[in-house]
Every structure is written in structure tokens, then in C-alpha cells.
Design a protein around this ligand. Sequence first.
Ligand SMILES: NC(=O)c1ccc[n+]([C@@H]2O[C@H](COP(=O)([O-])OP(=O)(O)OC[C@H]3O[C@@H](n4cnc5c(N)ncnc54)[C@H](O)[C@@H]3O)[C@@H](O)[C@H]2O)c1
Length: 462
Amino acid sequence: MNIAVVGTGYVGLVGGTCFAEMGNQVICVDIDESKVAKLQSGTVTIYEPGLEVYFDRGIRENRLSFTTDLAEALEPADVVFLALPTPPAEDGSADLQYVLGVADDIGKLLAANPDWGYKVLVDKSTVPVGTARRVIEAVEAHGLKAGEHFDVVSNPEFLREGVAVEDFMKPERVVIGTDSERAGEIMTRLYEPFVRSGNPIIVMDEESAEMTKYAANSLLATKITFMNEIANLCDLVGADVDKVRRGIGTDSRIGSKFLYAGIGFGGSCFPKDVQALHRTAREEGYEFRMLQAVLDVNDDQKTVLVPRITAALGGEDLTGKTIGIWGLAFKPHTDDVREAPAHVVIRELVARGASVQAFDPEAVETTQAAFEHTPLEGPGSLTYSESAYAAASGADALVVATEWPEFRRPDLDRVRESMKQPLVFDGRNVFDSKRMAELGFTYSSIGRPSYEAATVERGATA
Ligand SMILES: NC(=O)c1ccc[n+]([C@@H]2O[C@H](COP(=O)([O-])OP(=O)(O)OC[C@H]3O[C@@H](n4cnc5c(N)ncnc54)[C@H](O)[C@@H]3O)[C@@H](O)[C@H]2O)c1
């Protein structure tokens, strides 16, 4: 099949590359000229495990190409994916300017080139209920007719950054929202090779497909947030959230995933999608109170370690204190730092005068770009370290903000010996509390008992 993908970010690049891997002919379009130039020269522009192999093969075998010219991609395409940003507008609703702008451009091009034939236009972006209808209107405004010249399908994407390639190649389900039999058949044919193990392709109306994506992300964000509140309460009553997690996660009605407490969720999806669903509800005159609570709790959760750090380091003013940060990405295995809790912690520390030294295996460049866009404020500073050990070296305290695998089993004796004070604040519960105390750290984590350094004898838990 001939495919155009408009928007070559995390979703567009992964989707386009995976469609090409499945033998389709794919042209990806982006307005970002420097991104397209890099892709054309054979450089993958995001960090996503497994992507490079398929990307290289797609290019080598001439199934995958990149352009800034929408017309070039649109002309041969049977199916056109819109994988465009839908960032939060000021009121929290999804900003549809990119999606509707491209729909308008496509309408213009199709009207001027009637010989290009019927196209299926696919909303891959996460968009509020009613967007498929608005895309139809934007294209029909150019004298075209849905059902005849084109159809619009809502096909929400459920990939997780960090395992995006695997998720795209073997989705647990594919949701196709359309009332058009013709478009539904084309989409089913396109996706069949991805669900050969029997996972379902679920066809439904556009509105339900659009709602499915928001419902999924909001429920997952709620699950994490619920666990974070349980953790906060565990801290107060002396329970251990890890044990509670195991205790409830074995209940098949609850399930074991998304029960890990930490310093809040981030990323480009959960925060904005929860906000957008809350906003949609409000526009309909319905106050979705649970979602507001999720957003409020998550905001607070990102800074839950800050008062502990200031208390341990002698007060609000952190001038002269060095703090190491392990992890900048919003989660491991990605370079995406959008809404990353680590960034919020860094902002708070720099505002209080701390010298922050941070390390992340993949997300330094994206962090630099983010802080260039929205500079840090305050008397403190941020520098980037070459390694996890370098970030801990000379530090008065170390904060674990992202659970990259390499942070799980470092040489902790080396870490302690290099630090000014053996103080660790673990925002992702990667270490065992007692073991850390045995090793001589004063260790604080989320929802688990803390132990003072050396109050537990070395070897006590061996
Ligand atoms: N990132 C994820 O994990 C994920 C998962 C599921 C769904 N989604 C949804 O998918 C959509 C895209 O997300 P993303 O993370 O890939 O965004 P992104 O910001 O990484 O990529 C969007 C791309 O679109 C390009 N673009 C903007 N305007 C354009 C135009 N007029 N023509 C061509 N290209 C244009 C940008 O330059 C950018 O490269 C969003 O709605 C998001 O909510 C994202």
C-alpha cells in the first residue's frame, strides 16, 4: 500500500518506519526542514530502541523516504496518516491548529488534483471527540465530498515511548473509528499483518474511537496517581508501598501494571490527555472531578522530594549545595523530556540556589533544548555530567528521577565514597531501603520506610 505520514515525530517516525518494514511504500512529511534533512541523510532523529534497524532497511530498500513537500507524499498515497502535535491550548483543551491546518492543505491539494484519486485520511494524533467530523468539514470546504473523494478515519495510537517499535509491530489491539465500509476495509487490510497472533482489530464509530484513546490514558494516569497517594499515606502510617503493590497487584481485577509509586507521571501524553478530557467534559457541562484530582495530585507529586531535600540540607536556601540528578527523561528508554518530573525537581532546586549536576544516558540534548526554550530561574545552576558516577561525585545529595536500568545496580560503594554526604532521594524506588542504610546511605524513597545511614548493620538483609 502507498502511505503518507504527515508529522514525523515520535508517532509519525515510528509508524512510518514500521509500515515500511511491513512492505508498504511510505513517504513521511514534516515542516521542520532540519529534521527532514537529517532523516534524508540517514540519521534517526529520536532515541527509540529498535528503530534504527528498520529505518536503515526502509531507506536502503527504497520503501521509506522523507520530504517537506506535502503534495509529493499525498499524490501516490492510498492512506494519509496525520501524526501531528495536539498540545494543550491555554484552557487545557487540545490545540487542533496543526491537524485542521493540514486537513485544509490536503483539501486544497485534492481539489486542485482530482486525478490523484480517493484517499483515506487518518487521525493518528490524539484528538477530542468530534475532530474526525471537523477534519471532514475542513476538506469538504474545498468542494470535495466525504465517501466519494476521501474518508476520514480515527485510528488512535497506543504505543509507549521506549518500547514504541515493539508496540507498533505487535499492538495489543488496533482501534479503527469509521462509518465508511470502504475505509474500514482498507485500514483492516493495512493492519492485518500487525495482528497475526490474533490480537483484535476493533472497528467502531469515530467518536467512540476518539474517546477510547482519552479513556485509556486517563485511566492509566489515574491508576498511577492512586498508587502515589497510597504511597504518600504509607509514608505517614509506616507501611511499605512495595508490599502493598504486590498485595493488590496479584488480584486479577486490579492487575500488576501501573502500580509503581514515584514522583509523578510526565511525558507528552498523560498530562495533556487528562487535561483535554477534563476540558471536553467541562465544555459539555460535566465536571469530571476525578480527573481534576489526578492532575492536582500529580503536580504535587513531582515536588514531593523537595521539602525532604531542603530539610536534610539545612533549610530552604540551597546556595553552596551540590545536588546530583540521575535521569532527565520522563521515563527510561526515551530521550523525551516533555513534562518530565526531573525537570520540575531541577527547577525547584535551581530556584533555591543549588548547583545541580545531572546525568541521563539519552536525554541531555532534549533537556538543553527544553531549558533553552523555557530557561531555569534562580541563583542556582545546572551542568551536565558525563556519567552517573560523575553526577554523584562531590554531591551533598543524589536524586534518582528516572529509573534507567543502569541506575539499578551501580557500584554504590563508589557512589557513597565520592559524595560529600551519603544522602539519596529515590524518586523511582529503584533501591532497597534497608540495603541502602547498610551501605551507609541516608535513604529516602516514595512510600517506603526510610532508614538512617549505619543504623542497619551491613549484611543484615543478605
Ligand atoms: N508520543 C507518544 O508516545 C504518543 C503516543 C500515542 C499518541 N500520541 C499522539 O500523537 C500525536 C503526535 O505526537 P508526537 O509525540 O509524535 O509529536 P511530535 O511533536 O514528536 O511530532 C509531531 C511532528 O509534527 C510536525 N509538524 C507540525 N506541523 C506540521 C505540518 N503542518 N506539516 C507537517 N509536519 C508538521 C512537527 O515538526 C513534529 O515533527 C499527538 O497527538 C500525541 O498525543 C503520541
